[in-house]
Design a protein around this ligand. Structure first.
Ligand code: ZN
Ligand code: CU
Length: 496
């Protein structure tokens, strides 16, 4: 008798090959048998006829550092079939934090509300809350820099640079998987390439990753890709480009050129991967996108308010409609929101991406999927928080045929697991951790929309985390089986 047996599933093992029908047995959190499992029975049994059984999805681009403390049930990810997230992206991480005041990371994370200063402390604080899914962490440049230098717009002194390096090394020693930057945001944007190289190089002894929200994703996209590849060459690190896109209508189509630059680097032996979210809108902290002296009008026109503590009535509305209603020039509507008390906490959604570019991205064999969801559940978050993975399966696989189902599963499982050092995850094989999702390929569908973003997808039948049934029958089972994962390199090219 084993803990769990899944019968007659259509198995996609995560490696990209064709499916086959078989049984899977799970014991003590691991897969112990696949295929002909003989007379084995399970304390729990799932009849999976007609359902796909795949490794649980890995969200390579999450901002869930604070969510693991505030919403440890993590239903918005779990219900999509996500069993592991990589948090600490775009240069914002829960750690390092000032002891007793784990709010230093600010940025996209909001107040964290834990009492910890480093990764060990953060992991312990999360585990006390029995999280539903697994999490791996990056250490963020913006957070480290703000912790050491505040929001100063200047180069660090030699002593400050050394202190920043020490924080990065400390996080790596405790199990972070790499160093992330968000060079479009404060204070990262005040840094030179040399500063980033110095700090990224600190993860080298652990063979960590360099992940980046690049300095420019619009007019300067190609220069930013060149800077990123240069940082990879100078440090010898695996480079992962976050939410690859060409922002702004005049730049649409440029992702082909930046992917060509990536392909050249790959051909030259450099390790590079990327991720993308399957939506034509981005989202972030509104104050980061505007100069209040001269607000960018074109950007203001395509902004929708997601979450706004100063004006809750604006949530879910286009900024241009708010401006028209109040007979304000749109620049003044930007100022009204951002200069109000707590206006700097406003999150916005901006429609800046071309649909054709998303498909171009998804056709690239080293393209993973990252939600970039921002888990502020008080407003109307970008629907990617609840819909990303089902949307790939429904829209880009089933409806558009941009990639095959086995290939989509590979990009969301074994590929990220191999790059992010998730040993024994991301595959259905004997000995692997039983992080699994059962779904109906014919009906799986995201249902979250910009108007109604907090809706769970349909067609996700069961989600299993570390061998425990975590989601079934449309419900979170409160299994609390997630773990905080420490990075162990499984080198690029040497997939297990
Ligand atoms: Zn970002
Ligand atoms: Cu991000």
């Amino acid at each position: 008798m084993t803990d769990l047996v899944i019968r007659d599933a259509t198995i996609l093992d995560g490696n990209g090959g064709a499916s086959w029908v078989g049984d899977v047995a799970v014991e003590a959190g691991r897969i112990v048998a696949i295929g002909a499992i003989g007379g084995l029975s399970g304390a729990q049994e799932i009849a999976a006829d007609g359902l796909i059984l795949a490794p649980g999805f890995i969200d390579t681009h999450a901002h869930d550092d604070g969510a693991f403390l505030r919403y440890p049930d993590m239903t918005f990810k779990l219900a999509q079939g996500v069993t592991t997230t990589v948090s600490g992206n775009c240069g914002f991480s829960a750690i390092p934090a000032a002891p007793g005041n784990a709010a230093a990371s600010g940025g996209l994370l909001g107040r964290l509300g834990g009492d910890f200063s480093d990764l060990d402390g953060y992991f312990a604080a999360v585990m006390e809350r029995a999280p539903a899914i697994n999490n791996l962490m990056l250490v963020g440049h913006n957070t480290v820099r703000e912790h050491v230098m505040g929001l100063d717009s200047r180069a660090p002194t030699a002593a400050e640079l050394m202190t920043m390096r020490t924080h990065v090394e400390h996080a790596m020693a405790q199990g972070a998987c790499g160093f992330s930057t968000g060079l479009i945001y404060r204070p990262g944007r005040f840094s030179t390439t040399e500063e980033v190289v110095e700090l990224a190089a600190a993860v080298r002894p652990w063979d960590g990753l360099y992940t980046t929200h690049m300095r420019n994703e619009g007019d300067g996209l190609l220069e930013a890709v060149a800077e990123t590849l240069d940082i990879g060459r100078k440090t010898g690190l695996h480079v992962h480009i976050s939410h690859h896109k060409a922002a702004g209508q005049n730049n649409w189509g440029k992702v082909r050129d930046s992917l060509a630059a990536v392909d050249l680097a790959l051909a030259a032996g450099q390790a590079v991967t990327l991720d993308v979210y399957p939506y034509t809108a981005g989202s972030g902290r509104m104050i980061e996108y505007f100069n209040l002296e001269r607000p960018n009008r074109a950007l203001a026109e395509v902004i929708r308010i997601a979450s706004c503590p100063a004006f809750r009535e604006f949530e879910g509305r286009m900024l241009k409609d708010i401006a028209a209603e109040r007979s304000l020039p749109i620049e003044d509507a930007v100022r009204l929101i951002l200069t109000a008390p707590r206006g700097d906490q406003t999150l916005c959604i901006h429609f800046i991406i071309d649909e054709a570019d998303i498909e171009t991205n998804l056709r690239h064999t080293d393209m993973m999927v990252g939600s970039d969801g921002i888990p502020d559940l008080r407003g109307r978050p970008h629907p990617r928080l609840y819909g990303t993975f089902p949307r790939i399966l429904a829209h880009y696989v089933r409806q558009r045929g941009v990639l095959s189902l086995p290939e989509a599963i590979r990009r969301m499982t074994s590929l990220p697991a191999s790059v992010f050092g998730l040993v024994d995850r991301g595959q259905v094989r004997v000995g692997a951790h039983a992080d699994l999702v059962l779904f109906d390929a014919a009906t799986v569908q995201d249902t979250a929309t910009y108007d109604d973003p907090q809706r769970l997808p349909t067609g996700i039948h069961t989600v299993i985390v570390n061998g425990r049934i975590a989601f079934a029958g449309g419900q979170n089972t409160a299994a609390g089986a997630g773990r905080m994962l420490r990075y162990r390199r499984s080198a690029w090219g040497e997939r297990e």
